[in-house]
Design a protein around this ligand. Structure first.
Ligand SMILES: Cc1cc2nc3c(=O)[nH]c(=O)nc-3n(C[C@H](O)[C@H](O)[C@H](O)COP(=O)(O)OP(=O)(O)OC[C@H]3O[C@@H](n4cnc5c(N)ncnc54)[C@H](O)[C@@H]3O)c2cc1C
Length: 293
């Protein structure tokens, strides 16, 4: 039986109170949102906080998807299921909706949050790859005020981010670019599992030319969840099956997967090539106004 170590429980009714509780209890305290990553780690004693601070009462304030000017604003307490159901997300960032369809199962999606997913910073986290592809910005608040961090600087390594122990992630912002669209591809061992490998793409297109390209990779050791050499092959070129195959092959070469129970390294590199190519093709068709499946 897996049982967590004894732990104190606090409940924050506002962002300010959450920050005050983090300051009061120091680095031995942890926020708990959906609990789908923290609780399993506590049961395995891989995490042993002395105090958990429940931020579910903040769902009223921090659970939303809304358009603000040319950006989508997504509150940190937005659940996976809310992203999946959001018409704004499907319209402006289909990569998020496609990833959400293959993240875990309905039980996890009903509780797990955007903030928890990003702060857990699991190297296989789908939303980390998705927001890397989208070039998102993350808002963080703490006793020293609010700051915005580019997603490329957000992760500092496996399971670590720039969020300090006394800070809370409050929002993720995604720019809505004209002529842009996106797609996500994932291969898992069985439905609801973590990725063996996954690839997302966001392309901005003018006429037939690709004016901007970002690729996000999950579970394959890509630095900052990106594939910069593959992205560089795409910019300024006209989209074509050959170009997307070349970019996919480059992504497969530049990522850094390890052999493990999910498969050998060369298989994962092959998956990255194929999934990147597919995500690019579908993002391009969407951005060009074509019907992408
Ligand atoms: C069976 C199962 C299958 C899964 N499959 C997948 C999958 O296929 N793909 C995938 O991407 N994920 C998967 N997950 C993970 C799932 O998406 C979790 O919901 C997510 O990783 C964590 O979100 P949470 O809200 O539950 O975070 P929690 O477990 O509550 O917290 C995780 C960490 O983030 C911190 N935290 C939470 N919110 C904030 C905040 N606002 N600011 C600062 N720190 C915060 C906590 O202190 C903790 O350290 C799976 C989980 C399970 C249990």
């Amino acid at each position: 039986m897996q049982v967590p170590a004894p732990v104190e429980y606090e409940r924050a009714l506002s962002v300010e109170e959450a920050i005050a509780l983090l300051v009061k209890h120091g680095s031995e305290s942890r926020l708990i949102a959906g609990g789908h990553s923290l609780l399993p780690m506590m049961k395995l004693r891989l995490a042993r906080p002395e105090v958990v601070i429940d931020i579910n009462p903040l769902a009223g304030a921090l659970s939303y998807v809304r358009r603000e000017g040319d950006e989508l604003a997504i509150g940190a307490m937005t659940r996976h299921a809310d992203l999946l159901a959001s018409a704004l997300v499907s319209e402006h960032a289909p990569i998020i909706a496609e990833a959400e369809r293959v993240i875990a199962d309905p039980v996890v999606r009903n509780r797990g949050t955007v903030g928890g997913s990003l702060c857990q910073a699991d190297p296989a986290e789908d939303l980390s790859a998705v927001f890397a592809a989208l070039g998102a910005t993350v808002r963080i608040r703490g006793p020293r005020g609010e700051r915005s961090v580019d997603i490329d600087s957000f992760h500092t390594g496996p399971y670590t981010t720039v969020v300090e122990p006394d800070e809370i992630l409050t929002e993720v912002r995604v720019r809505i670019h004209p002529g842009a669209s996106s797609a996500y591809e994932k291969v898992e061992r069985r439905v609801g599992d973590w990725a063996i490998a996954a690839a997302g793409a966001m392309l901005q297109v003018s006429g037939a030319a690709i004016t901007s390209a970002r690729i996000g990779l999950a579970a394959v050791g890509a630095e900052a969840f990106r594939a910069p050499r593959a992205e560089a092959l795409l910019s300024g070129k006209e989209g074509s099956p050959e170009l997307f195959a070349a970019a996919g092959a480059e992504a497969g070469r530049e990522c850094n997967p390890h052999s493990d129970q999910r498969g050998p390294e060369d298989y994962k590199r092959h998956l990255v090539s194929v999934l990147t190519e597919r995500a690019l093709s579908r993002a391009y068709a969407r951005a060009s106004g074509g019907a992408a499946r």
